[in-house]
Design a protein around this ligand. Structure first.
Ligand SMILES: Cc1cc2nc3c(=O)[nH]c(=O)nc-3n(C[C@H](O)[C@H](O)[C@H](O)COP(=O)(O)O)c2cc1C
Length: 220
């Protein structure tokens, strides 16, 4: 039994997505005290910006004509995919940046889907694997708020993880993480408490489910 965890925050200290993902991981850990966690910190150790294009063009190049750089890019895509296939449960933590998906998370997804096992039209190799996505936003995007409709990240991440890769996905979301940081949001101090508490509760629940789902899958 192993857990794969990917963090896309560009910071370590003070990261809300990491803190909530830690709760998920702790719950998984209580079911699997001695099992390994494989980590990718793509926000602070990014996938090289040129790797994706190199891997894409390597795919169009006959094997014997590929450059060393192309072979390295394909090897990286294969390693990233191996990590997902080998893990029994998956945990992703990604903030909203500039109303969109973290570029580091996107670069990682782009690389993974260059691997022939993950290409469009192939049998989804990750189908049914239990997974949790933790996503955090500094502002407020709930229905009726001025930001409604401006979160262009969560829908995309759900599409990839749940619809394209067909993971058995649970999502933990929280908002208002910039309350207390950005003074223009001070008026929302009270309002910010509830989403955080419910995200932490959801993280505990989904973390327990992740550990249990994995055990069920292994027994099947
Ligand atoms: C460069 C940058 C851009 C951001 N853009 C947005 C944004 O468009 N909308 C939003 O709600 N929060 C935005 N945020 C706030 C982050 O989503 C928020 O601080 C979140 O908690 C970051 O994740 P972390 O706490 O795990 O590091 C941005 C933060 C940074 C650093």
């Amino acid at each position: 039994m192993s857990l794969y965890r990917l963090d896309a925050s560009i910071r370590v200290d003070g990261s809300h997505s990491r803190a909530i993902a830690d709760i998920v991981e702790q719950e998984w850990r209580s079911a699997h005290p001695d099992e390994p966690v494989i980590r990718r910190h793509v926000g602070v150790e990014p996938i090289p910006a040129t790797a994706w294009a190199t891997a894409v063009f390597a795919g169009y190049t006959p094997e014997e004509s590929r450059s060393a750089e192309q072979n390295a890019a394909l090897a990286l895509a294969a390693t990233l995919t191996d990590e997902l296939i080998a893990a029994d449960a998956l945990l992703f933590a990604a903030p909203l940046y500039n109303f969109g998906v973290s570029q580091h998370f996107k670069a990682w997804v782009d690389m993974v889907v260059t691997d022939p096992r993950m290409a469009a039209g192939t049998e989804p190799v990750l189908a049914g694997k239990p997974a949790v996505l933790v996503t955090v936003r500094g502002g407020n995007y709930r229905p009726g708020a001025p930001g409604e409709g401006w979160d262009h990240a969560t829908g995309w991440m759900r599409r990839i993880l749940a619809d394209v890769w067909q993971l058995d996905l649970r999502v933990v979301e929280t908002e208002f993480t910039l309350v207390g940081v950005n003074p223009t949001l001070d008026q929302f101090k009270e309002l910010a408490l509830e989403p955080r508490q419910s995200a932490e509760e959801q993280a505990r629940r989904h973390g327990r489910a992740l550990g249990a789902a994995e055990a069920v899958a292994a027994a099947a």
